[in-house]
Design a protein around this ligand. Structure first.
Ligand SMILES: NC(=O)c1ccc[n+]([C@@H]2O[C@H](COP(=O)([O-])OP(=O)(O)OC[C@H]3O[C@@H](n4cnc5c(N)ncnc54)[C@H](OP(=O)(O)O)[C@@H]3O)[C@@H](O)[C@H]2O)c1
Length: 341
């Protein structure tokens, strides 16, 4: 008789992070994969189902759908998405009705959904492996900056649940949990093209962020590398905090590498927060990411935490953790969106 397979449950399986985790675990026949989605009929959910993933309907806003979805899991990966309630028109309308910014509104949704995940995972703590819950998160900006950044909502919403809420309310679960901060997605330039690459001449491009030209920034090829990173973390003892990134380099260095890769002229200009907001069509988006760039300068994207474990630390501990470097990723990327703007 074939040995019973382990059950991994993946939140956000139809997205960047969860999709990468699914890809990695699909190549290990010892795992049965269960993925959560609001819409099992979407093309991405169907594609996963055709690969053998058990797709089940669940909503992070409804903890009653999460409890049965997590039941019996040996391993759970979770991610929360700040940007959906931030951008959705009905959420914008609700925020306006409540008299709050869409940034704060999205923060409240993300915290609520994160707590729902943690509370539901806690109901199956007995079935989880020793390191059975791995949560995607970011650093706590308000705390790490000693109050200088009190409105970096998409960072704090994650950190206030993972690890804060878990540590304060679910002691048993906390002992079986690991936290993975994710670096800047290398693909994120597509979301803010004008800020990353402003065409100043036929073959000249300017990047202008409110971030020191020397600040080290972690860059992550999320779709290729997050899955192998989470797979490696799952093999290590629990209770640790990680940072997933393939390359750590400043934005000015990023532009130098891009110039070498594509043969275009580049420059980097340190700009102010107000200038970034003015140059961003969605002012609220400009403010949220502007704060992120400032915070990345000081104390740093990771909040200045030098104890976070990285891919090289994982390798030293004996687990495989292949990561894509920025230059390697840039060579594979189709840059026509930038070059033809
Ligand atoms: N962009 C960057 O550079 C960067 C860097 C670090 C961290 N992050 C963080 O990454 C997060 C987004 O991760 P991602 O890129 O993987 O997201 P994504 O590709 O947009 O996917 C979002 C996933 O979440 C699921 N989801 C959303 N709301 C849900 C709900 N109410 N119930 C059930 N499932 C729900 C979606 O499932 P269905 O739609 O199928 O239901 C989908 O699978 C954000 O919070 C962001 O702050 C981004």
């Amino acid at each position: 008789m074939a040995p019973k397979r382990k059950l991994i449950v993946i939140v956000g399986i139809t997205g960047n992070q969860g999709g990468s985790v699914a890809s990695r675990f699909l190549s290990d026949p010892r795992y049965h994969i269960r993925g959560l989605t609001r819409n099992p009929c979407s093309p991405s959910a169907r594609a996963l189902a055709s690969k053998g993933v058990e797709i089940i309907p669940a909503d992070l806003d409804d903890v009653a759908t999460l409890i049965p979805a997590f039941r019996g899991a040996n391993l759970i990966f979770s991610v929360t998405n700040y940007w959906e309630p931030f951008f959705r028109p009905d959420c914008r309308a609700k925020a306006a009705e409540l008299g709050m910014s869409c940034r704060k509104y999205a923060y409240e949704v993300e915290v609520r959904q994160g707590r729902n995940i943690a509370d539901a995972v806690a109901t199956t703590v007995e079935s989880l492996d020793e390191n059975g819950f791995i949560a995607s998160t970011l650093s706590h900006a308000a705390r790490c900056s000693r109050g200088r950044f009190n409105e970096l909502y998409h960072f704090d919403a994650k950190a206030e649940v993972f690890p804060d809420h878990v540590g304060e309310n679910h002691k048993l679960l906390a002992r079986k949990t690991s936290y993975v901060q994710t670096g800047f997605f290398m693909s994120s330039y597509r979301l803010a093209l004008g800020a990353y690459f402003r065409k100043t001449d036929e073959d000249s491009f300017l990047m202008s962020f409110p971030c020191s030209r020397h600040a080290p920034i972690p860059h992550l090829d999320v779709s290729t590398d997050l899955g192998p990173f989470i797979y490696a973390v799952s093999q290590l003892p629990p209770g640790k905090h990680y940072l997933a990134a393939g390359t750590t380099c400043s934005w000015s260095e990023y532009m130098r590498i891009w110039s070498e890769t594509t043969g275009n002229q580049t420059s980097y200009k340190e700009t102010g927060l107000q200038e970034l907001i003015e140059n961003t069509p969605d002012k609220e988006f400009g403010r949220e990411i502007g704060d992120m760039y400032l915070y990345s300068s000081n104390p740093g994207y990771d909040g200045g935490d030098k104890t976070l474990l990285k891919a090289q630390d994982i390798k030293k501990l004996g687990a495989e953790c292949p990561m894509t470097g920025l230059e390697e990723w840039m060579r594979k990327e189709d840059w026509s969106m930038v070059l033809n703007q």
